[in-house]
Each structure stands twice: as structure tokens, then as C-alpha cells.
Design a protein around this ligand. Structure first.
Ligand SMILES: [Zn+2]
Length: 175
């Protein structure tokens, strides 16, 4: 029996991808007055879905708990920015995409990916879309552009990664 189900297809998650033991929440810096307080650790046990092959971590806490005092900005790390630059160059060079839509990182990193796509790989700037949370992208063979925007918030999930409230249940945001 599996305690967790796939956040994409709902199948039971029974196969280990990598088990890295127990870990406290990421980027949760401990205040000086809490240095002697206990800290909660969670399984860093990555699983792969046998049905759809999505690699995933079960969600043990909601995003509100993780990101309410989140003091890490990846673009402040020179070595990480350099790694991301090399990775973006390599991937864009290998894939030669028709459109580029940076989907990870802070806005500065997404802009850097766009500059790489233009300068190093010859992607036309008009074929690069930098979207923000909630932007709806219309994508077809001949078109890739921001088409609309829907309001977004932090989605609180249960231990299986299932949203506690359906974000699309609001008629204002339903599409
Ligand atoms: Zn699945």
C-alpha cells in the first residue's frame, strides 16, 4: 500500500527515484531566538510514478509554510547563475526551439535565459515569452504569446499534494 498518490495522474506512488533521508524545510532560516528549538524534518524521498513517469516529492506542508519567510534568491549565487547560464545555452543550442518560454527562476534569471536565446542561439526576440504567475500563454505552431491573465495565489495542498481548495472553483478565474 502506498501513502502517496501521483499529483499528475493519481496513481499510487510505490517506486523510489532517490531517497535522500530526512531534511528540514528548505531555506527556512532559524531566528537567533529559536536556535535551541526543535526543528521538524521531512522525508526527502523522491518517487517516480509508474503510470506517467512524473518524478515528484510528496507535499508534506503547504506552500504558505515554506514561502512565508523565504530568504533565498537564487540569482544572488554567482556559481548558480553561471551553472544556469551554461545549462540554458546548452539546452537551447541542442533543442533549437521555435519559441522560448523560461519557466523557472526569478525574473532576472528568466531575462538572462532570453538574452542567451537571442545572443548565442539566434532566437528572434519576438519568439520569446517571459510570463509571470497567472499569465495564460496561447501556443500553437504559429503563435506563442501571452493571451490572458488569471489571478493566482499560493495553493495550499494536503500531504498528497492535492490542493485543499480548487483554485479554478472561483467563477472569476474559471476558464
Ligand atoms: Zn502519475
Amino acid at each position: 500500500m502506498s501513502l502517496h498518490s501521483c499529483r499528475l495522474c493519481g496513481a499510487a506512488l510505490t517506486r523510489t527515484f532517490v531517497d535522500l533521508g530526512m531534511s528540514p524545510l528548505c531555506e527556512s532560516y532559524i531566528a537567533a531566538d529559536r536556535l535551541d528549538a526543535p526543528e521538524t524534518f521531512y522525508p526527502l524521498h523522491v518517487r517516480i510514478c509508474d503510470s506517467c513517469l512524473l518524478v515528484q516529492l510528496p507535499a508534506y506542508v503547504g506552500g504558505e509554510e515554506i514561502f512565508s519567510d523565504y530568504a533565498y534568491f537564487s540569482s544572488y549565487s554567482d556559481s548558480w547563475v553561471e551553472h544556469a547560464r551554461r545549462y540554458a545555452e546548452e539546452m537551447i543550442g541542442l533543442l533549437r526551439p521555435t519559441y522560448v518560454v523560461p519557466v523557472h527562476g526569478e525574473p532576472q534569471m528568466q531575462e538572462a535565459q532570453a538574452r542567451i536565446a537571442v545572443a548565442r542561439c539566434g532566437i528572434d526576440r519576438g519568439r520569446i515569452v517571459i510570463a509571470r504567475n497567472g499569465d495564460v500563454i496561447a501556443l500553437s505552431r504559429d503563435r506563442c504569446e501571452i493571451d490572458d491573465h488569471v489571478p493566482v495565489e499560493v495553493i495550499e495542498a494536503d500531504g498528497d499534494g492535492i490542493p485543499l481548495e480548487d483554485p479554478l472553483s472561483d467563477p472569476q478565474s474559471a476558464r
